[in-house]
Design a protein around this ligand. Sequence first.
Ligand code: AMP
Length: 421
Amino acid sequence: MFQIPRGTRDFTKKEMQKRKYVENIIRSTFISFGYNEIQTPTFENLELFTAKSGDKIIEELYSFKDKGGRDLALRPELTAPVIRFYVEKLQMEPKPLKLFYFGNCYRYDRPQKGRYREFTQAGCELIGTNTPEAIAELIALAYTILKNAGVKKLVLNIGNLNILSLIFKKFKLPKEQQTYITPLIDKSKYDEIFDALKDFKIKSEDINLLIDLLQTKNISEIKDFIIDDEKGKEELERFEKIIGLLINAYEIENYNIKIGIVRSLDYYKGVVFEIDAPSLGAEKQLCGGGSYELVSLFGGRDTPTAGFALGFDRTIVALESENYKFETPKLDVYVIPLDSNLIEKALEIVQLLRKNKVSVDWDLLKRGVSKSLKYASSINAKHAILIGQNEIKQNSITLKDLKTGKQKLVKINDLVELFMK
Ligand code: AMP
């Protein structure tokens, strides 16, 4: 017996129906915001991922040497591959360039509910603009996708790494102290931040003020703190404009200012955001993104970039935990010839309907009517078409509604039109 590798999943047809249903909503929402889909390879040169994050990221990757001795890695995310693609081939495209993707990612994570070693991300990159309108639209897009998919309880958290840096600067925190406390900020471990800063000989009242600012939901508190910094004031005004657009134009109500959002990938700069589904508990983050800088690192001409990645698998888990009623696709018709010499006629009808985009299956096992009807119900067929000698003599078939059990004689010539309604 073979077993599935740890952290991977097989999907049943029922699960695939749910996934395809949500995937279609995600795709159509991206398209409705003017994005176009692209695709990149499943594996890349390892260096693409170590360029910014350093060798420490290798622990989290599936990396390997190929037979030619090249160091490769299965992609852990798609932003670096998409920017690699952009720098290699798309720099001349008209701006802004709005690209979206859908793809499997691989991380050597510790598997648990909502955390897998193979998972799917849907995401996008917005290249060539970072106006407040552009960033607000990007955040609204992520939120709208999850709303359209049907997730009811969502919380949007918005932060700003430039403002966070300014706050650090005002507290005169050296780089290594910032590096030490950043992951603690990301995990909201305020007690540990307090202890660490105490060890760094920062005054208790300053630490309390910093922790206060990291937690405040009130921009004016931050404004008062960095009031004498021109750059900080400008950044805050931009930030306020983005939030204003999200509230007024995009009608997003459930949001928090959270200046302490620190995305784990190292290339983010400026506005960052996360969208959580509180119903999920520990692995509640459905989406994360923001402004970032990678183009020049990959050798391209500098241009603003922003994007987000949405955890597709977690979105499904969130919908399931909210008892979402997934639409199950139904087969339009199941065709049953009542006699073996009617098989040809049955196939003719099958083909006629399929050519007219009606979904059709038919009795390939040549079993009796009652077994065939049972099977038709089990595969969610809406109707059965029974083809018998008597009906054929009248150029007709019997159409049975499998929900109500009602049946009627229908002329073959009228069949297509019936299903077009
Ligand atoms: P990240 O690229 O780490 O910002 O992740 C973006 C989104 O992908 C997260 O918000 C999660 O929803 C999802 N995600 C990240 N890692 C995993 C994983 N191991 N399994 C399932 N989903 C994940």
